[in-house]
Design a protein around this ligand. Structure first.
Ligand SMILES: Cc1cc2nc3c(=O)[nH]c(=O)nc-3n(C[C@H](O)[C@H](O)[C@H](O)COP(=O)(O)OP(=O)(O)OC[C@H]3O[C@@H](n4cnc5c(N)ncnc54)[C@H](O)[C@@H]3O)c2cc1C
Ligand code: SF4
Length: 525
């Protein structure tokens, strides 16, 4: 039997979970289908060994690259999706990111909508995801119609020192916008009623005390308080069926862990599986009307995959760095334009603090590196001196950077680096400043962050594989994120990005889900 709903949403992460929250008060029957279950709350949530060294919570599926090399994509299948593990750095794209930008490596294409179209939704997104920040500090920020809903998370002393040193160099560091359920006292400590306890596990770990504003905590669970919203967990959608004309999705076909087939249908069907899995689902749903994949008459589905040019760097502070909650500072000085360079470089932000166990996991490389700098210090002490940074630069959409399915069902991801120059120059500039920032010369690449995955497996910031636009020959979705080719199919996750900017993508995914949610509420009456 196929149960019918007003809206079926596939995937409960930043896109799907937020959309369910937005639609819940409409009273429409909403079904949310999630391939994973609730993430088990246990000590291991906060154990470096379990999360980073053993990859206990990450998928075990393997995909292939173009050279037939196997890799495990950085994906986490749970209620709340990858936001259960994200660092909750929730930036708005800069207004310029919505226009065309010339980079060293080529053109970053314009979006069909502008910053002004997203501004009100960014505000609602910041409210929903408890974003703490300070307006007016970051010179690249766009105009805002409302202040941040929560005050910026205060710097701990070593990071305040870093902020002051950067300002002394004439630069403009600012507080990093971050989504945590934190109430601070005047000294910046968590109050006794705060859900977030301001610990050192904020980046890459799931939050054991539900203090992180992830999609499960702030969107899915509150949506489920409405009797019209239903959640199926551990149900993986395999394909979508259409009517003969190909204009309507008529069934969502899924399997349970014991391989039983279950089906649902909806007046509206929303795919929100994350950019890679959403394009996979559409490609797997090929039929007579769509021989190369559902909603793919443009041949854009699976193409233009982007994920940022990133590097995680560890520097050694001369003074100890006892910071616990380190993700409080960002520097976007060269985001729009590099130094003596007309092209953008990208941004710098703090990462969660590396601990001794993470460093031990990388001991052979790390020891050699650290021994050259401070031979007298033992490894464990190094963790107390590390300061951890994330440098992020824009990569560009390219038709050949794409996900495909071989005839034997093998999933294959092709990726060729685009626009590496900005990140190279940003890193060089950053490293040249270390002496002035109270640190030893040189940096160490902290590749264990994101599970060693700075290569093809680094899919954390995936975007762009089902892009939106006004021209159905060059985009798969219209500006409401409805498939050009179908009447009742939407894609509401990171897939729709025509270009990715250089800031973390999730606030834009959330803002877009709220925007499309408003459109769907109106469409459903
Ligand atoms: C370690 C880490 C740190 C990060 N830090 C940040 C950060 O600080 N700031 C930031 O902006 N972003 C960060 N990100 C990225 C952020 O998590 C993603 O941008 C965001 O979660 C994407 O939202 P989404 O809705 O597109 O996909 P997801 O959140 O991945 O949700 C997709 C959901 O669909 C489900 N699903 C997939 N296929 C199917 C199927 N066939 N059937 C049913 N369900 C399915 C998945 O299980 C998942 O729950 C980080 C990611 C990681 C991994
Ligand atoms: S800092 Fe707060 S949100 Fe992050 S893991 Fe600790 S308690 Fe959770």
């Amino acid at each position: 039997m196929t149960e019918h709903y007003d809206v079926v949403i596939i995937g409960s992460g930043a896109g799907g979970g937020t959309l369910a929250w937005k639609l819940a008060p409409t009273g429409k029957r909403v079904l949310l289908i999630e391939r994973g279950g609730y993430l088990k709350r246990e000590r291991d949530n906060w154990e470096t060994d379990a999360v980073f060294l053993r990859g206990k919570y990450t998928t075990t599926e393997t995909w292939l690259d173009l050279d037939d090399k196997e890799f495990v994509p950085e994906q986490n299948y749970y209620v709340g999706g990858n936001t259960k593990f994200y660092g909750a750095a929730l930036f708005r794209l800069r207004p310029e990111d919505f226009g065309e930008i010339t980079h060293h490596g080529g053109l970053s294409p314009a979006w069909p909508l502008g910053y002004d179209d997203y501004e009100p939704w960014y505000g609602e997104a910041e409210q929903l995801y408890h974003v703490h920040g300070a307006a007016g500090e970051d010179p690249t920020d766009g105009p805002r119609s409302a202040p941040y809903p929560y005050p910026a998370v205060q710097h701990e002393p070593r990071i305040q020192q870093l902020n002051d040193d950067l300002e002394r160099l004439g630069l403009h560091p600012s507080h990093l916008p971050i989504g945590v359920l934190l109430d601070q006292n005047d000294a910046g400590q968590a109050t006794h009623t705060s859900t977030c306890i301001r610990c050192d596990r904020v980046d890459g770990f799931p939050c054991l005390v539900d203090g992180k504003a992830d999609a499960q905590v702030v969107a899915v669970d509150p949506a489920l308080e409405h009797p019209n919203v239903e959640l199926w967990t551990n149900v993986k959608v395999e394909r979508l069926e259409t009517d003969a004309s190909g204009r309507q999705v008529t069934a969502v076909v899924a399997t349970t862990p014991d391989a039983k087939e279950v089906r649902a249908s909806g007046d509206i069907v929303v795919v929100a599986c994350g950019a890679l899995n959403s394009s996979l689902l559409l490609l797997r749903s090929a039929n007579d009307a769509y021989p190369s994949g559902l909603a793919n008459r443009s041949d854009q589905v699976g193409r233009n995959y982007m994920r940022h040019n990133n590097v995680a760097l560890m520097a050694l502070s001369r003074e100890p760095n006892p910071t616990r909650f380190q993700k409080t500072l960002t520097l976007n000085e060269w985001y729009l334009k590099g130094e003596d360079d007309d092209h953008p470089w990208g941004g710098i932000q703090m990462l969660g603090k590396a601990d001794g166990e993470q460093l031990k996991g990388k001991a052979p490389h790390f020891l050699a590196w650290a021994a050259r700098r401070v031979p007298e210090r033992p490894l464990t002490e190094m963790a107390h001196h590390s300061v951890d940074f994330w440098l992020s630069s824009e990569d560009l959409p390219h038709a050949d950077n794409r996900l495909t399915i071989d005839k034997d069902s093998t999933i294959r991801l092709a990726i060729k680096e685009t626009n590496p120059e900005g990140l190279k120059r940003l890193r060089k500039k950053f490293e040249s400043m270390l002496g002035d920032l109270g640190m030893h010369e040189g940096t160490h690449e902290r590749s264990l962050y994101l599970h060693e995955a700075m290569d093809i497996a680094a899919t954390a910031h995936q975007a762009g594989t089902v892009r939106f636009g006004t021209d159905p020959t060059t985009s798969a979705l219209d500006t409401d994120c409805k498939a050009h080719d179908l009447d009742n199919l939407y894609v509401v996750d990171s897939s729709f990005f025509p270009s990715i900017g250089a800031v973390n993508p999730t606030l834009t995914i959330i803002a877009n889900a709220l925007r499309v949610g408003q459109h769907l509420s109106e469409r459903l009456g």
